[in-house]
Design a protein around this ligand. Sequence first.
Ligand code: GLA
Length: 718
Amino acid sequence: MKRILFAVLALGLTLTAQAKDIFVNTPKTTLMLTANDGQTPRIHYYGSRITPAQGHEIIDAMSLNYDAYPAFGRESYDETALSVTHADGNMTTELAITGTRTEGDLTIISMKDKKYDFYVDLYYRANDKSDVIETWTVLRNGEKKAVRLEQYASGVMTFRQEGAWLTHFHGTWAAEGQMTEEPLTQGLKTIVSHDGVRAGMNDRAEVMISLDGKPQENSGRVVGAALCWTGNYKLRLETRGKYRHTLVAGIDDLHTTYTLKPGESFQTPELAMTYSTEGKGGVSRAFHRWGREGKLHNGKGLREILLNSWEGVYMNVNQEVCEQMMDGIRELGGELFVVDDGWFGRKYRRTNDSQGLGDWQTDLEKLPGGVPALLKAAEDRGLKFGIWIEPEMTNSKSELYEKHPDWVVAHPTRELAKGRGGTQLVLDMSNPKVQDFVVGIVDDLVKENPHLHYIKWDCNMSMNNFGSSYLSGDRQSHLIVDFHRGLRSALERIRKAHPDLVIQLCASGGGRVNWGFMPYFDEFWCSDNTDAQQRLFIQWGTSHFFPTMAMAQHVSASPNHQTGRVIPLKFRFDVAMTGRLGMEMKPSDLNDRECEYAKKAVAFYKEIRPIVQLGDQYRLLSPYEGNGFCSEMFVSEDKSEAVFFCYKFENYADLHTPRWHMAGLDPDATYRLTEFEPSERARYFDGKTFSGRFLMETGLDAYLSRQFSSRVIRLKRE
Ligand code: GLA
């Protein structure tokens, strides 16, 4: 049969032939589908990049292929992506392709129900700068009356492989991003968020599927998938027999039935995917690159070293104490001071967490000169200035709530379930007036403080209540989705007006870590847990999908406020330096020796910052392997520079330091090593040279003696 080949990178091609092979190509990968008119789109292959000729091999060799967007209605014994109740009550949908087209980097497969005027466009975007593809759908009601979307996933991917493993991430407050790896066995594995507000608080919407058995960091075939959605989601992984695994990912289908009026359409969020033959690390590096190449706000800019006031003084902020902290961070070489919670509220002063949210006027008892005086104090010291807000929230003890009780998420017939401080409530972001209010908070702050550099955008509550005074009775099931559409639209307005503002995403720590947020945010707070030992696990898990330039990692006091653990300053810095370094303590609590050390560490970080923030990350020895050691490294894009970190965070009896095998270097290059402030033994490797091949194949015996020993070694190509 004559096949017409469809390369997505070929611009502007429009074809309507009988048998079409579609190749969604990135530099190193290909997703191959067929899209024949009158049929459903079929997935044939997702793997290393192939030529069209190899595409024929795939068609000839593989008799099985899978529906790329299965709808409920006929032979629906497997998981479906779409379920619609049509205007006449018919719950079945049968889609058939009506045409395919490309627009720039997009391939669009258009489908229509065989009997109803219901339309689905299935999109694939091929990125030519990273190996990530994105897929989503646009669903359109052309019927005469309203239809109900019951299930509306973003995309589907399917694999045939015995012995595949799943890597996923979960957690809770102060323990975010915990990694679990398990074989995929028969049945349905579901990963969901029902939080309503903070999509990444518990399970995370990113998974890796390793096709060569137990996942390895730097070898083996691995597929990575991330649903880019700020609200409730569901990832379904169905395993049939031993071989067949299907991933269906999208907005959660519980309590989210969405009505489309005639002529209305609905765009589902993107499902981003990549394929690598270089293990989980290859998947991570592809996602990191995708972030740097545009998905993350300001993905190419270096992040500043900051001091955040939270663990230093909690809500006891005032002009004097902030100035002391500014002096401290300036002396250490920092670049930015951020005042956290506690600076606002007049009638209900924010002296504790039970009041004031929503009343974004400065508490003049604490800060008589308002925010402008704080900002000036920072600028006088050569520092930039940032401020904390929690825009989507209020307390029942606030002027905002007194004025607008109908602005909170709740049903008016029900008693309110309150959150943090016994009074916290969530504002109804589906309401355009609330969206205007939220946008206004940022606009007003910038208007009053044109030099405001940074905002920490927090969010500390789940949707504990359900119901909207804004949405009509027959639209209540839109709330969970429209909250996030409203939030997204507010964020879009804010970004349009303030593209250069640095905005940190925070939600009780890392509760909102999801790619759906990243186009609006420069970075995120990984966790309220700043214990360096536990951060190794949190950061390790989080880095699987998110670039370290966006991961805010702060050195805090010892004993640690969350765990009570005492950890030397060097170890705390060495752990925080693998992301966006910051501090979260009173610098005046450091003794003279520590202060000198901190200065050197900050200066050193400035030197390695471009490698850590913009280079490629190679995770080496996992803390989850349970032997008390851990290591990772960063390599500049041209492989001329690298920085290697290794840690000993537990002291098990009779366990020798492993030999450290590096990765990502040029095997044929010679690298000169220098060590940053070794905590033990002489600068043994300082000045020595090794080939990249030796460092990767044979490795270094960099000894770590005691618990909380760590080493940081810099490599420069000769
Ligand atoms: C959350 C954040 C913290 C801090 C507090 C302030 O817990 O994660 O970093 O900002 O709120 O109340």
